[in-house]
Design a protein around this ligand. Sequence first.
Ligand SMILES: CC(C)(COP(=O)(O)OP(=O)(O)OC[C@H]1O[C@@H](n2cnc3c(N)ncnc32)[C@H](O)[C@@H]1OP(=O)(O)O)[C@@H](O)C(=O)NCCC(=O)NCCS
Length: 192
Amino acid sequence: MLVAAAARGEEREIYAEELEAINGRFVTLRPPREDDAEKAYEWDRDPELAAWNGRSPIRISFAAARRDYLARWEDSSVKTFIIEARDGGVSEAIGLATLYGFRRTGCELGIKIGPESLRGRGYASEVVELLVGYCFDTLGLQVVRGSTLSHNTRMQRVFEKCGFREVGDGSIISRFDNKRYTELFYERHRDG
Ligand SMILES: CC(C)(COP(=O)(O)OP(=O)(O)OC[C@H]1O[C@@H](n2cnc3c(N)ncnc32)[C@H](O)[C@@H]1OP(=O)(O)O)[C@@H](O)C(=O)NCCC(=O)NCCS
């Protein structure tokens, strides 16, 4: 199994296993479906979300974006999860999380909560905890990495709450506004 090879520290690409839904207390992480393309497009066009990610909002048509999403969601070297929040009996897609950059014994994690009104409610903290558990317990990885801009206090707080350690920083030119920012790098290791 490729993941087991990675856990032994061999230098090769690794691929996550087939994904099933991961259920937490308030959120469910599930594989994307075709009908998630509209929400993904809405979030990728949002200038504020783009700025937090150091990107420009996408400007391609929905049809072109949809083709890209479906290809990406089929790509086994990137694991995309739709974040659903449960409210009573109703579940709603509120964001997206990805595991990518699988190499050696670790991977990287990215996350966004789409609607501004749903940020700061603890959803990302639960999602990151669930994903870390999935990386360590299901995929057998040893380290999960993440990064964020130095003014993204919410994301920094999420990393800290989820047991990540700041391991360094770097300089990045944001494609959103072509300005230079500081990026902070975080890691959480399986054994402390
Ligand atoms: C960053 C993001 C993923 C965090 O998700 P979230 O669901 O809002 O995070 P949580 O609610 O789990 O935790 C946020 C923490 O930051 C704190 N916080 C710090 N600054 C805050 C602010 N300006 N507004 C709200 N909360 C803030 C909250 O109090 C909370 O900590 P606490 O539980 O100790 O009170 C989400 O806000 C988001 O999608 N932002 C836009 C995109 C983005 O920045 N993605 C990450 C790119 S690296």
